[in-house]
Design a protein around this ligand. Sequence first.
Ligand SMILES: [Zn+2]
Length: 165
Amino acid sequence: MTRVRAAVLEAFNEPLAIRSYPHPDDPAAGEALIHVDIAGSAEPMCTCGWASLLSLCEHHGARIAGRIEKLGAGLDRDWLGEPLREGDRVTWASSISCGECFYCRVKGQPTRCLTRKAYGISYRASDAPHLRGGYAEKILLRAGTAIFRIPDAVPSEALSEPAAR
Ligand SMILES: [Zn+2]
């Protein structure tokens, strides 16, 4: 696969557009390239600010699951310390919070972290490496993402059920 397709929100109130992007290079240290099996909720990759606000409102957390295609150097355990291997099914936290700001430390509300970056919301699909949202064939997870290996007994579909609204 030399190009990777993604469904991208390019304009407010418009349908998602299918775009393709260059296949990413091998993941850098700590990163993971994931083959997306399933993605629910409003986590397309945004290319406009209004859409970001919209999907932020509809956002209820990580509901994406996939299989590890490639692991970057040094990434061999999930967030709970379980071994990670290529081919494993995983899910992950939808954002990376700093852990140090007022909201992270004092308020205990990491979703309001001042420097939080959420997949599908805080990144523009037009900016390299492009694949930072769930509505794509692949997603490239940043170093520091809380990745969780999915036990074999749990079907991926179970993770994509809409959360309580
Ligand atoms: Zn923070």
